[in-house]
Design a protein around this ligand. Sequence first.
Ligand SMILES: C[S@@+](CC[C@H](N)C(=O)[O-])C[C@H]1O[C@@H](n2cnc3c(N)ncnc32)[C@H](O)[C@@H]1O
Length: 523
Amino acid sequence: MAAAISLLSLPPCASPRHRISLPSLTLVTCVSTSPSSIRTLPASRRALPPPPLFLAHEADTDGTDSSCALHCPHFQSCSGCTHEYNLHQPPILDEAMEFFKNIGVSNFTFDTCRLWGWRCRAKLAVRGSSMRPLIGLYEEGTHNVVDIPECQAHHPSINAAVDLLKRAMVELNIEPYDEDKGTGELRYVQMAVTTYNTSLPASERYRNGTVQVSFVWNSRSESSPSFQKLNALANIIFGNRWRHLLGERDFWENVGGIDVSLAPSSFGQANTRAFDSLLRKLQKYVPYGASVVDLYAGAGVIGLSLAATRKCRSIKCVEVNKEAKLSFEKTASRLPTITDCSISWHHADTSKEPLSWLIGSDVVVVDPPRKGLDPSLLIALQSLKFLKLKDNLSERKVKIEKRPWILREKEASEQSNTQTTPIESQSLPETLIYISCGWDSFKEDCMSLISNKAWHLDKAHGFNFFPGTKRSVSIYHVCNREKMRSRLHEVHLIRCIEVLAVFKRGSKVNIKRKKSGKKKRPT
Ligand SMILES: C[S@@+](CC[C@H](N)C(=O)[O-])C[C@H]1O[C@@H](n2cnc3c(N)ncnc32)[C@H](O)[C@@H]1O
């Protein structure tokens, strides 16, 4: 099978209704998402101002808060959201506060973030018929796709783009995929929204989001008859190769103070505004001029935002998916000119020789997948305690790589946008910043880090990245039939809270307060 994906950039201009009514096939260039034509939420429900700690809501007598309710017609039939009330307060919150209090962090904060229209990235299954396509998520425990045209979690531009796509399917007679027969054409669609359009005033950017549309197309080859329809719809991927056919080639968002390039295949946060809040908070914990290693870096958004905002001496981004390199390069190309900062992206597996990434860095940032840190990295982080005990760093036996082919490989995997890499200091990291999207794995990693007193937890902050949800349904990862099939059946049960935790090396020093007696004046 060849799966195809198409990208469409959706400028916020003409109304989709207007476009689709055109008799020709121009509809496939589709998808303009005029804010005026999009059904938007009432202002009171669209965006809440970020609260300092919690919003002071009045709860109903049963403890629910209807002012923070989802009000979605698809709730319960669609598997996307799991709770309808108190979106500002995910069920996991009490447990998180208790956990942090028990390990000595009493000033844990929680940012409720945007409660509706927050999802800027959606992966949706396409089923039904060409005359009545269904585009949405699976019904709980089944493979029946539920149509979710009025999803309240989606950015409104996603709903508008889905609406337009359905009309295009009807007009072009595009068959949705049939799982039982393995027939049909359009199987999945990914919609990603960028809310960064500098031609608009900042206050208008969010609701005028532009959508990038990617299709997963069921076709054996580019010569298949159905492929012509896809060409009419947009552009193509085979395996991991993307071919851009239509719309803007580059897709940009602005988070953490920098412009970020988003390729269809690279990791991207679904809730970009919440991610921005997290990055702004994170930046404050990185001292100016620090050397930073960003592990599990993806396209290096975190590292590059630190490079731009913290005048770092060096930034190393380490990522196993080589597809992310292009986005890194594009993002780096838009950074303001930064002098005296060595910035590099390394195609490497963090779990292999992790100590080599830690030594020489002042700050380690980790943003692992839901399963948490690789065991070897966890061990390396714990082992810093013993390295510190030796104190004299030059005495330490740090394995120096001498094999020429490994050195060459390392060199080739590095991408630097500065001329020289300064001679690395042999310092050990004092700060570890852990960004977690998997609460259970985070707790385990956290306890491992602090239990041998290699690290102590200094600060913790929670972010409401997925209001109203408890799980994420993984419907699309890679465009390979076998892999796709196995991944399609994955339903991750996750308890949703994004955590930013700041660890300091060594055990916590308890500074005892001096007794507040007046000092005797010398007579
Ligand atoms: C949660 S994402 C974070 C991405 C990035 N920090 C961001 O905010 O866009 C986790 C990333 O870790 C990468 N990854 C997973 N296992 C890895 C490993 N062993 N070594 C390096 N990267 C890994 C994944 O490919 C993915 O890009």
